[in-house]
Design a protein around this ligand. Structure first.
Ligand code: 6PG
Length: 465
């Protein structure tokens, strides 16, 4: 009898199966179409990797209670797989969805399978193909008792932080694991777009070529900006196109695609009232890249000169560092709003640790975020922690000046702008929302609160005829 079953032999499923097998567990694998299973079997089948070719053979090969991980496309394929399995699974079996499912679908599936006595775990997995093989970051949600049973396996196959802690832990009830993965992806969108904006400034204002820009990113990667996304950017900028021998990045069409996790995060932010402006800006920047018109004439500022190149580059580094931190800050802010609204009791230090290695947003900064939550568990925003408050003060003028320079040259910086506006707003006790409340009360009698008395007030702003 095999210890773990994997459904879905596309690259993520295959690599996760190999990771589990390489860690000493026996696995059964199954794919809806035969060819993928055959391919895996031809290379890897042995006593610890059993290829199966029907739902019954797959389920029958697993020890009870069965532990089955679905590594399939989110959406209707998950429902179809559940339909196939529900009649042949036994009460107490554990079904895990390792895809990028929408958390509300996971809530629904969890409730449905609970009635049948089947335990359902929605597990966000990050790290791409290599992560799945060598150690992903994993965010399992569902019943705590069931997750605890799975943790020894998950801890073995997960990425490890520099302090050798596993990048997996229990997240919370129902779809919370997939929710946390959705927020991970939103943060990913924010950081990726911030990097792209800085690249755009470097190539347009300093007229640097891709190799020179790569060298700058490489240097930044040795400092506080150290992260997976900066390191892959360094590599991308050095890659040549095998067809034209040009720089790869210059032959790629500049229209950004997306699969929707960023959009989902925004939808929930609108519901919860969470100000995730950086993530909004990053998602919208992808939309805009698909709606561009031809260039406007005169939109080139040819007499802009950079007096101190080193200072300019240092400011860019600081600006990117701060914008990246704001993307994390807004992601964690949304987690805190969701935790309250959905009663999930999320542990933010825990989540920061899960993201410290293995996942796409892994960065040295995540250890600082974790430490801040450990030291100050009641903060609702990481910027309240002294470490980050100081970081904002140190880098704010660089962000402002970078944006000023970019705008002077008509270079759009939607994420950097959103990061600056967010900082200027949340650290401002005198936002002009007093006037806004007055306007609402004037035309709609929507009432307002006062600074000097508690309660709800309305003013008769004009003479009634
Ligand atoms: C990960 C990635 C992964 C996927 C993104 C891409 O954590 O391994 O986030 O889940 O590559 O979701 O998303 P878009 O196609 O929307 O850019």
């Amino acid at each position: 009898m095999q210890q773990v079953g994997i459904i879905g032999m596309a690259v993520m499923g295959k690599n996760l199966a190999l990771n589990i097998k390489n860690n000493g567990y026996s696995v059964s694998v199954f794919n809806i179409t035969r060819a993928e299973t055959d391919e895996v079997a031809s290379k890897y089948a042995d006593k610890n990797l059993l290829a199966t070719y029907s739902w019954e053979e797959f389920v029958g090969s697993l020890e009870k209670p069965r532990k089955i991980i679905m590594m399939i496309k989110a959406g209707s394929p998950v429902d179809q797989t559940i339909e196939h399995l529900q009649g042949i699974l036994d009460k107490g079996d554990i079904l895990i969805d390792g895809g990028n499912s929408f958390y509300k679908d996971t809530n629904r599936r969890y409730q449905y399978l609970r009635k049948l006595g089947i335990n359902y775990i929605g597990m966000g997995i990050s790290g791409g193909e290599l992560g799945a093989l060598n150690g992903p970051s994993m965010m399992p949600g569902g019943d705590e008792e069931i997750c605890q049973k799975l943790l020894p396996l998950f801890k073995k196959i997960a990425a490890k932080t520099p302090a050798n802690e596993a990048c997996v832990n229990y997240i919370g009830p129902e779809g919370s694991g997939h929710y946390v993965k959705m927020v991970h992806n939103g943060i990913e969108y924010g950081i990726m777009q911030a990097i792209c904006e800085v690249y755009d400034i470097l190539r347009n204002i300093l007229n640097l070529n891709n190799t020179e820009i790569s060298d700058i990113f490489d240097k930044w990667n040795q400092g506080s900006l150290n992260s997976y996304l900066i390191s892959i950017t360094t590599n991308i900028l050095r890659q040549k196109d095998p067809i034209t021998q040009k720089d790869m990045v210059d032959v790629i069409l500049n229209k950004a695609d997306y699969k929707g996790t960023g959009n989902w995060m925004i939808e929930d932010a609108l519901r919860l009232g969470t100000p995730i402006s950086v993530i909004f800006a990053a998602v919208f920047a992808r939309f805009v890249s698909n709606s561009t018109l031809g260039p406007l004439t005169n939109l080139v500022h040819s007499d802009f000169t950079v007096e101190n190149r080193n200072k300019f580059i240092k400011q860019l580094e600081n600006a990117l560092y701060l914008a990246q931190i704001i993307s994390y800050a807004q992601g964690f802010e949304q987690l805190s709003c969701a935790s309250k609204a959905y009663n999930w009791h999320l542990n933010y230090a825990n989540i920061a640790q899960i993201w410290e290695a293995g996942c796409i947003i892994r960065a040295t900064s995540l250890a600082d975020i974790k430490n801040s939550f450990v030291k100050h568990p009641s903060i609702k925003n990481i910027l309240q922690a002294p470490f980050f408050e100081h970081l904002v003060k140190e880098n704010l003028s660089s962000l402002r000046d970078t944006i000023k320079n970019a705008h002077e040259c008509y270079i759009p910086t939607p994420v950097l702008d959103a990061a600056l506006d967010y900082i200027l707003s949340i650290f401002n006790a005198k936002l002009p929302a007093n006037l806004l409340q007055a306007q609402r009360d004037y035309f709609g009698a929507h009432t307002y609160a006062r600074i000097d008395k508690s309660g709800t007030f309305h003013t008769q702003w004009y003479d009634e005829k």
